[in-house]
Design a protein around this ligand. Structure first.
Ligand code: 0O2
Length: 256
């Protein structure tokens, strides 16, 4: 059964609670599709599972915060500008499971969905992305399930980021449990681009011709933004060389 999540604007008399009406419509669609049944029947396992995903997300966040701290100590700079974590909403989980044809069961949720817990790492420079990803994946309690490099191979939309699907252990009263987390690593420029493109993508009431124009403009912006990333990185490298020369002037003499 196809689940169509309609984001219709409900026009009601002044003072009526439109938010509730839209919520009720949505709930009805989830019920028709069987998703609400799954959550209801498994209320406790569902809540438990979501709590485990939140724990796994915290584990991953902490690992990156530790790496950032260590780089700050060793090299006097922070490779991470921001860490943004999010749990996928129930609406978004239902939509994706339906679109991919996964059965609405707790087992399928755990086996087939890999982005319920998501951690986004925003860096200043592209090379920091790969350096951080390598340090993170070298940790012996991280299992890499999938790596998608949309920086080397950008999507048609122009989207760039490095995606890692990993499993991380969380330690519970009854033992260890492995949980999946999606880690997205990107630069500030890539993040800026993705958030605007995301807004356009989810704006459903745009005229298709205008949507095509905007998509083309965003592809062009993605190119400009990738060039900016490369130029800023070159400036950073140059600066580091100059700093290293001023600390060790004999290096210049040696190379002459
Ligand atoms: P949100 O709100 O970030 O969770 P899919 O089948 O398309 O749902 P798949 O194959 O599981 O996704 O993974 P993919 O395409 O490797 O990565 C999906 C996530 O990457 C998206 O999550 C976005 O966060 C991001 N992403 C991928 N492509 C694009 C793009 O073209 N533009 C933008 N702005 N973001 C993108 P969600 O679930 O769509 O959203």
């Amino acid at each position: 059964m196809a689940l169509v999540i309609e984001k219709t604007v409900v026009k009601g008399p002044a003072g009526s609670n439109l938010k509730n009406e839209v919520g009720e419509q949505l709930l009805q669609q989830f019920m028709d599709a069987g998703f609400v049944d799954m959550v209801r029947k498994n209320s406790m396992p569902w809540r438990e599972l979501m709590a485990y995903y939140r724990c796994a997300m915290m584990e991953v966040e902490t690992k990156f915060k530790v790496l950032n701290e260590q780089f700050s100590l060793l090299y006097d700079r922070n490779p991470i500008e921001a860490i943004k974590s999010r749990m996928k909403t129930m609406e978004s989980i239902a939509e994706k499971m339906d679109r991919k044809g996964f059965p609405f069961t707790i087992d399928s949720l755990q086996k087939d969905m890999h982005d319920i817990a998501g951690v986004r790492i925003v860096c200043s420079f592209p090379e920091d992305i790969y350096m951080l990803a390598d340090c993170f994946l070298a940790q012996d309690d991280i299992v890499l399930l999938e790596r998608r490099d949309y920086i080397q191979n950008p999507k048609d939309s122009g989207y760039r980021s490095l995606h890692l699907i990993v499993e991380v252990p969380i330690f519970l009263e009854q033992g260890k449990k492995w949980m999946k987390v999606e880690v997205q690593l990107r630069t500030i420029a890539m993040d800026f681009w993705a958030s605007l493109e995301h807004k356009i993508r989810y704006k459903k009431d745009i005229d298709p011709a205008i949507a095509d124009e905007l998509a083309m403009e965003m592809r062009a912006c993605a190119e400009v933004s990738a060039r900016l990333d490369r130029r800023m990185e070159a400036v950073r490298r140059h600066l580091e060389e100059l700093e290293s020369l001023s600390k060790h002037p004999e290096q210049e003499l040696e190379s002459q």
